[in-house]
Design a binder for this molecule. Structure first.
Ligand SMILES: [Zn+2]
Length: 372
């Protein structure tokens, strides 16, 4: 989970987090609903009523987005794909799904599950409306949530990465062509085309006088276009890495320090000056752990002279590691998933080298130069 998120506990074993940006959205949405939307739609409520219903609506919208993400997650878990976390942030939610889907069918069902939940919620709030006809505030709430969930489902079905519709489309092409690579490229290019249409439509609306909506539509187009371009670029990188192993890119000149080295000594001798960020901690000839700048910073500065490397490190058993013959692409994805910048390369308990993010970038540049 990102460090900018407040933990809300777990649902179905999945940690749920609330990005700080969400509080801003909650305040803005409540305010808009209370002073503008509800007063325009429904007259003669008290000010307190507008604000209470505004806040309740914003909260239920948040629950709706959470249910949408849980829809994706439940299906992913059924396909035995781990869901690492769900974070709700400024534009909605993101379920961190732990792996690429194993098949076209899996990708299709995981992607479609979110919009399906949104449409089910829209139907649910529509069905509630006849029951609430006597209670205007509740009716207003149900109307708004039916509308917004329907829009959420529709918006997410736009066939452009990284929206759900882009994934549904890629799954369909994948099912037809039986090639994930080809499906990714086709889906990303279709996504780009749709993005350009959004930008065109947005610009056209701006010039025909609908400035606010036009700008908003163009902005969505721009967002879709950059996401599709990133998808294509990622595929190109993956193609370049294909067939290459960790052992080819890892660096062998990592710095090993004795377990009893104090953090102060380490910082003075190795960090300042060389700018190294990651060290292997050894006891005799055995690698016992890994120490990064991040871990050093977690120890208060006053305690650096009295804290040893062995006390501050992560023990080797808990360190994520890769094998020398692991594919380079797979190793990179592992780094991304775990949010680390290096992975020790180990085989039979022996440390062979260190794969750092910058090593893979250097390797990639070399490959690019050789292929150009
Ligand atoms: Zn979704």
């Amino acid at each position: 989970m990102s460090r900018n998120a407040v933990s809300l506990g777990r649902v179905l074993g999945i940690p749920i987090g609330l990005d700080y940006s969400w509080f801003l959205v909650f305040a803005l949405l409540t305010w808009t609903l209370a002073v503008s939307y509800y007063p325009a739609e429904f007259k003669h409520w008290s000010t307190a009523q507008y604000w209470i219903i505004g806040a309740v609506t914003a909260l239920l919208l948040f629950v709706s987005v959470l249910l949408h993400e849980l829809g994706h997650s439940v299906v992913a878990i059924r396909y035995k794909i781990p869901v690492r976390s769900i974070t709700l942030f400024i534009f909605g939610g993101v379920a961190q799904i732990g792996a690429e889907p194993p098949s076209a069918a899996a990708e299709f069902w995981i992607a479609i599950a979110g919009p399906a939940v949104s449409f089910a919620l829209a139907a649910f709030f529509s069905l509630l409306q006849p029951i609430f006809t006597a209670a205007a505030p509740l009716l207003a709430l149900a109307k708004y949530l039916a509308l917004i969930n329907g829009s959420l489902g529709l918006f997410n079905l736009i066939p452009g990465f990284p929206l759900d519709g882009g994934r549904v489309f890629r799954a369909l092409v994948w099912g037809i062509t039986h090639s994930l690579r080809q499906a990714t490229l086709i889906a990303a290019n279709v996504g780009r085309l749709i993005a350009f249409l959004f930008i065109l439509a947005g610009v056209w609306r701006v010039f025909t006088g609908d400035f606010g909506n036009g700008l908003w539509i163009a902005f969505i187009g721009w967002f879709l276009e950059s996401a599709a371009a990133a998808q294509i670029q990622q595929q190109q990188v993956q193609d370049l890495f294909a067939g290459h192993k960790v052992a080819e890119a890892m660096s062998r000149n990592y710095i090993a320090i004795p377990a009893e080295t104090s953090l102060q000594q380490l910082v003075d001798d190795h960090v300042l000056g060389s700018g190294r960020r990651c060290f292997v901690v050894k006891q005799g000839d055995d690698v016992i752990g890994l120490l990064t700048l991040h871990h050093i910073k977690e120890v208060p500065r006053a305690e650096w002279p009295t804290t040893t490397a062995a006390q501050a490190m992560i023990p080797v058993a808990q360190v994520k590691q890769v094998q020398p013959d692991t594919g380079l692409w797979a190793a990179l994805q592992e780094m991304d998933r775990d949010g680390v910048n290096q992975l020790p390369v180990m085989a039979d308990g022996q440390m062979l080298g260190m794969l750092r993010r910058e090593d893979t970038i250097t390797f990639l540049r070399t490959l690019q130069e050789l292929s150009a």
